[in-house]
Design a protein around this ligand. Structure first.
Ligand SMILES: [Zn+2]
Length: 286
């Protein structure tokens, strides 16, 4: 008689970091990694985000061969980047390229916090800049999912220079009359917040996403006090910094409707009402 295996695959279950409910991984993926018990939006990697955003097989990467820049010969920086590559199966903290969403072409950028904290060095800034410039030339709307701890300290001033560079690229999109949609996900801080995140023509955020310039740990060092909810998507929405606060499960539908609106076409009903759930707040008017 064959022995019965007691082995349970380690990725079969996942614990919600908010309510600590043990969740079946497949069910969680079906729910787009939103906890069905408490509504917490779990952190996504770039491949999970791509899967729930773009049409299957439509993504075409751009500028994925840019080399790491290490102007200061910063200790342990190249090996750290190499370890991040192995861990994330990405070669930098952002993936950029062209994709389609319900057959509408657009430029897509997705940041991943697990690659050196989603920090912005030369490669990240250059990819964002090239994405925006190429989309301005090709008249493709741009969607960027932001998630970042801020500037990449290993690249010092080179990192900070990415802020005006990406801001200028966003300006080129605006001059060309090409729309740019920024989607804030948890957490988005520092130089990324202070440049292209808040330069979107339309700024969307996922619920409970932390967003701000100096994160809580930096504020703590200054000895100043800040109410924690100030750096929340809800607070920023209430005070006019964010246009739409949208549940993750409604972001695909919201982007589709926006892309149709920009294109001057009507959304197809089936896709428009894909899951039948209303957006949390700030639902677009028909
Ligand atoms: Zn939960």
């Amino acid at each position: 008689m064959a022995a019965v295996s007691n082995h349970i695959p380690p990725d079969l279950w996942e614990e919600c970091p908010s309510c600590h409910q043990l969740l079946y991984s497949k069910q969680l993926a079906d729910e787009q990694w939103v906890c069905p018990r408490c509504g917490h939006h779990l952190r996504l990697n770039v491949w999970q985000r791509l899967k729930i955003t773009a049409d299957v097989g439509s993504f075409e990467p751009w500028d994925d061969d840019l080399p790491l820049v290490d102007p200061l010969n910063f200790p342990d920086y190249p090996p750290k980047a190499e370890r991040a590559r192995e861990k994330t199966q990405m070669n930098e903290a952002i993936l950029t390229g062209r994709a389609t969403l319900n057959d509408i072409s657009f430029g897509l950028g997705i940041m991943d916090l697990s690659f050196i904290g989603g920090s912005m060095g030369w490669v990240v800034g250059e990819r964002v800049t090239r994405l925006m410039e190429q989309c301005a030339d090709q008249r493709l709307p741009v969607v960027i999912f932001c998630a970042s701890g801020g500037a990449r300290m290993q690249e010092s001033l080179i990192s900070l220079m990415q802020m005006p560079k990406t801001s200028a690229a966003a300006g080129k999109l605006r001059e060309a009359g090409v729309p740019y949609i920024s989607v804030i996900t948890h957490p988005t801080y520092g130089g990324v917040t202070a440049s292209y995140t808040f330069l979107g023509d339309i700024i969307i955020a996922e619920p409970q996403a932390a967003v701000g310039f100096a994160g809580p740990r930096v504020v703590e060092v200054t000895g100043l006090e800040m109410r924690p909810h100030v750096q929340s998507a809800e607070f920023q929405y209430k005070h006019g910094m964010i246009d739409l606060l949208v549940n993750r499960q409604d972001i695909h539908r919201t982007l589709y409707r926006l892309l149709c609106w920009f294109k001057g076409t009507s959304p197809v009903n089936a896709a428009n009402t894909a899951n039948g759930r209303p957006a949390l707040v700030g639902e677009l008017d028909e």
